[in-house]
Design a protein around this ligand. Structure first.
Ligand SMILES: Cc1ncc(COP(=O)(O)O)c(C=O)c1O
Length: 389
């Protein structure tokens, strides 16, 4: 029967409308109305009451001493790096979003790439050790897709080698490492609240740190490093958060726990369905940790699945299911980073394997289990016809 065939082979697509890879989970407009009116009445439209309220609520939620609201995570990484007085080289993953390395380079530092763990997808502490030189000043690690890094091992390395340790926690809101919320680790962590994140402000971010001095630096730094008297005290930047973004983030924060728990259910269902197919594996989350599941990633073993990740991507696109090849190409494979690779050992086998074989499937906080089922039906149908591709 023609209609049984995957769309890519001429069958009818399982979805008549496009299934997006993510959708922000938004409060009702009426829920925001009172605060919007207050912002208009006060005419204080940036870095004011609601930003301060958000910072306080986040400090309580994370159990951290300081949260500083900023315009985005990349700016936070730059401000954090600036506050740590880094020099020379920063050891970092190549299996991450470009912004992790962009921040390092904007700081005038050199990113040195260490391979990642093939199952957890996060930077491998043993590989970090191999990259330490006299020029190393810090480790910048990413909690990939919300999965906390091997933080204890990274902390030990940082301490032994007198390196600073900070985190790209763009995906980390709602994640937990050994019973403690992400946001409490290293010298500081920078979070994103862009539209694709579980906790969203529309656009925005924040830095969390237990170090009061670093916090003060970032608070001044986000405002051109103007301490109040226009006598610029260091090289800061313009990185404040607007009040409108803060009210959206406050609503998003009040839904965060519920949203992360719903994502756990969605992922459990995806895993139950997809583990029946050979050649599909999942990112491993440690028992006493929790991923925010900002993304749900599957890894395709092309030999066992008998279809490559790229073929699956194309076939799902024909079924009207949007997926993402995060993070392909890996950072060190991208054009802009080529000038920074000289002299580096780039045998990043796990990174390349993950970049070539990982596919992120649709997930968002208000997604229904029935949608997961239908996406899995599409994957099964594609798999059943694999020999014809
Ligand atoms: C790992 C990672 N780091 C940094 C960023 C940049 O975040 P922002 O847009 O808030 O600067 C992203 C964006 O998705 C990301 O995925």
């Amino acid at each position: 029967m023609t209609s049984d065939k995957p769309a890519v082979l001429g069958g009818i697509p399982i979805f008549s409308d496009l299934v997006p890879i993510i959708q922000p989970t938004l409060p009702s407009l009426s829920d925001l109305e009172e605060d919007i009116l207050e912002i208009f009445a006060s005419r204080m439209i940036t870095n004011h009451k609601f930003v301060q309220q958000l910072e306080k609520k986040l400090e309580e939620y994370l159990g951290v001493r300081n949260v500083i609201g900023i315009s985005n995570c990349t700016t936070g990484l730059m401000l954090l790096g600036r506050s740590l007085y880094l020099e020379g080289e920063v050891i970092t993953p190549s299996f991450s979003f470009s912004a992790t390395s962009l921040a390092i380079i904007w700081l005038g530092l050199k990113p040195i790439y260490a391979d990642c763990d093939p199952i957890k997808f996060t930077i491998d502490p043993e590989k970090v050790k191999e990259k330490i030189t006299a020029k190393s000043s810090a480790i910048l690690a990413t909690h990939i897709f919300g999965n906390p890094c091997d933080i204890a091992a990274l902390e030990e390395i940082a301490e032994d080698h007198k390196l600073k340790l900070f985190f790209d926690s763009a995906h980390g809101a709602g994640s937990i490492y050994k019973g403690k919320r992400i946001g409490n680790f290293g010298d500081g962590e920078s979070f994103s609240m862009s539209p694709t994140k579980v906790l969203t402000a529309g656009e925005g971010g924040f830095v969390a740190t237990n170090d009061d001095k670093i916090a003060e630096n970032i608070r001044i730094g986000r405002n051109y490093a103007n301490p109040g008297d226009y006598n610029t005290s260091f090289i800061g930047l313009s990185g404040r958060m607007a009040e409108f973004n803060a009210i959206l983030a406050l609503r998003s924060l009040s839904m965060l726990e519920e949203n992360v728990l719903n994502r756990q259910k969605l992922v459990a269902h995806y895993k139950k369905r997809l583990s029946k197919l050979p050649g599909i594996t999942f990112q491993e989350i440690e028992q006493d940790s929790r991923s925010s599941y900002k993304d749900f990633a599957i890894q395709i073993n092309p030999k066992e699945f008998e279809l490559s990740r790229d073929k699956l991507y194309d076939a799902l696109e024909a079924e009207n299911v949007m997926t993402k090849k995060y993070f392909f190409p890996a950072i060190h494979q991208q054009s802009a980073f080529k000038p920074y690779l000289a002299g580096q050992d780039l045998k990043l086998e796990n990174t390349i394997e993950l970049a070539n074989n990982t596919l992120c499937l649709p997930i968002y906080s208000h997604m229904e289990i029935s949608l997961v089922d239908k996406i899995c039906d599409a994957i099964e149908r594609i798999y059943n016809y694999r020999s014809q591709f």
